[in-house]
Ligand binder design. Structure first.
Ligand code: SME
Length: 164
């Protein structure tokens, strides 16, 4: 079993995500289950970077996201496609970076401490949207293109990349 205590807060982002990715692949060796993958990834990301909320909203029926594995305070339960940051990322199947949630019309505030957010679509092997990965930070401007690239690469595990 790999060491799971990682602190990546003081690393350059490209190295941090590369480290987290290889760590995740090692922890998930032999596991072929999306929920286990989501729970593991949420925990690794949340604690390694010290985020405020880190987790998944899963597509449970057409146009509806339901909260999945996460770390943090109570998240809202259901989000319709097109609503908030998560619903926008799901409807448009693209990563959405919000540097300041106060400036995102329709942002759904689950925790008043959240200041910035990134939401990344999660696709399966067939290219179908199965979930979104949602991360909230207590500081404005936390997320940029490097976070998007790092996270988009990591969630390709759900499309089968690196699963063994
Ligand atoms: N802020 C999100 C809702 C989910 S919580 O942040 C956990 C949104 O606007 O979609």
């Amino acid at each position: 079993m790999a060491e799971i205590k990682l602190d990546l807060r003081h690393q350059p982002k490209d190295r941090a995500y590369a480290q987290l990715h290889s760590h995740m692949l090692s922890v998930l060796t032999g596991i072929d289950n999306d929920i286990a993958g989501m729970a593991t990834l949420a925990s690794l990301l949340h604690h390694a970077f010290g985020f405020l909320w880190t987790g998944f909203y899963r597509v449970v029926s057409p146009g509806t996201l339901l909260v999945g594995p996460y770390q943090g305070t109570l998240g809202c339960l259901e989000i319709a496609f097109g609503r908030g940051v998560c619903g926008t990322a799901a409807a448009e199947r693209r990563t959405v970076i919000v540097p300041d949630v106060a400036r995102f019309p329709g942002h759904i505030a689950c925790d008043a401490r959240a200041k910035s957010e990134i939401v990344v679509p999660v696709l399966d092997r067939a290219g179908e949207l199965v979930a979104v990965l949602d991360i909230d930070s207590a500081r404005t401007g936390t997320f940029d293109k490097q976070d998007a690239e790092g996270l988009e690469r990591i969630v390709r595990w759900f499309a089968g990349e690196g699963r063994s």
